[in-house]
Design a protein. Sequence first.
Length: 269
Amino acid sequence: MNAITSQLGSQLSLVSLNGARRPAPPPLVLVAHGSRDPRALSTVRTLIERVRELRPHLSVHLGHIELNEPLLADTLASLDADGAVLVPLLLSRGYHVKRDIPEAAAAVPGLRARIAAPLGPHPLLVETLYARLVEAGWRTGMSDADRRAGGVVLAAAGSRDPESITDTRRTAQLLAERLGVPVVPAYASAAPTVAAAVRALAARGRHRIAVASYFTAPGRFATECAAAAPWIAAAPLGSHAAMARLILHRYDQTVATPEPAPERELASA
């Protein structure tokens, strides 16, 4: 039903109130990081197909920061339109969002590109994390005793950027509110590690500890973090339906935000 509603809305959005056809919306470029794990590219492609199903009249493209083709620079150079909305398939603010993606867009002559916010933190991410935990064996109807014994480690890639750390902590807080148990963020490439977070929860009397995979797709980091789980380890976020809705939400947010007026050049005296 959600898909049908979204498709109908997409079709109606192409027609104005007087019946005239509106200009096509700017293309959406989903910006993935890239991975040597072939499962990552397969997952991203499936996710893009979900986005296209929800918004069939929207031109949707894929570009990678590194490791996989098509690379972002090549995707941007191939666009016919002079405008595009780049939606990072990234979960927090950090170097890729602040530097790599803007620099790639700026390097294409004549391209007007707007960059959406990263996907997280957002309730739709929490919805996906919860669904993945339930798939892995998390109990939906926990008793008080189970809740007192339970805990979750939110395993993320890690970043030195303080805003990225803040974003991950916020997601952990939202997930804790959803589950009713403590959720501790941990990182594959920074401290605390998943193993350290597990020990910290165990020291608080939590002995049923799950690992929630805060990764967009399978890969080395996700695999290493899952291996440290003492109980269950959830799958990465992947191509869950809520992820496709979140990508379109970030796109729509960006399109609805007025573009800043171009700076006027001062005439020389």
